[in-house]
Design a protein around this ligand. Structure first.
Ligand SMILES: [Zn+2]
Ligand SMILES: [Zn+2]
Length: 233
């Protein structure tokens, strides 16, 4: 018996959603029981072709996108609403640092990229993570997006970290306009960015962060930015 096996037997991980003990295999690897994993599947509703959020009564493009809020992203897609069990999923991953959920989320991102048609003809566009705020890793011990980058690399995907965030105010209490201004010029390229890429983040709310990153990439020569996020608020 290996030590890891014994540890799992004595201290099983619990499902992040319902709390049920998970002993082995797939459930323990993802940190979720089979039932909750099923319950987390997003609905099959139609999505906006520009931003990837579900459409309400619109046809192919949502109202904000029609009104020209698309910004610097060429297209975007997001998987889960930031509500109900999905909110719990993100909280357990981000704040409780439940790393097993990273395995689940990294795989879902790759599936979503394929589903949204983002993976390119040869299947291999570079993946660029949205950079953490300065000193975040030193302060909190980790960054949930950087950890996903690591897992994507393990899955064999070409991850290219070419962005850096300079100090700015926290975005939390600002509206969309305020967020855009606060971040303006606060994201820079530290390496020559690829011509076409998948820019990814954990949550998209107003889209200001993804748009600021996309603008920084385009200023350095990127032609096409496909935004991908796990949760939309
Ligand atoms: Zn469960
Ligand atoms: Zn839209």
């Amino acid at each position: 018996m290996t030590r890891a096996f014994l540890r799992e037997l004595l201290f099983p991980r619990n499902c992040a959603i319902c709390g049920k003990a998970l002993f082995f295999g797939r459930e323990a690897w993802y940190g979720l029981c089979g039932g909750c994993m099923k319950g987390l599947e997003p609905g099959g509703e139609e999505r906006c072709v520009s931003c990837g959020k579900p459409l309400i009564s619109e046809d192919s493009r949502c109202l904000p996108c029609r009104e020209g809020e698309a910004g610097s992203l060429d297209r975007a897609y997001s998987i889960y609403p930031y509500s109900g069990p999905w909110r719990k999923l993100l909280a357990a991953y981000k704040f409780e640092k439940n790393r097993a959920l990273g395995n689940f989320l990294a795989e879902k991102l790759t599936e979503a990229a394929a589903q949204a048609g983002f993976t390119g003809k040869d299947g291999g566009l570079p993946w660029v993570p949205v950079p953490p705020r300065p000193h975040k890793i030193r302060r909190t011990g980790w960054d949930q997006v950087s950890y996903i980058s690591l897992l994507l690399k393990k899955l064999g995907l070409p991850v290219y970290s070419c962005l850096k965030r300079l100090p700015s105010q926290s975005q939390k209490k600002l509206d969309r306009g305020g967020r855009m201004t606060n971040l303006k010029g606060r994201v820079i390229c530290i390496k020559q960015p690829p011509a076409e890429l998948i820019l990814f983040d954990d949550v998209i709310t107003t889209g200001a962060t993804l748009n600021t990153c996309a603008a920084a990439l385009k200023a350095e020569g990127t032609l096409r930015v496909l935004g991908l996020s796990l949760f939309y608020g």
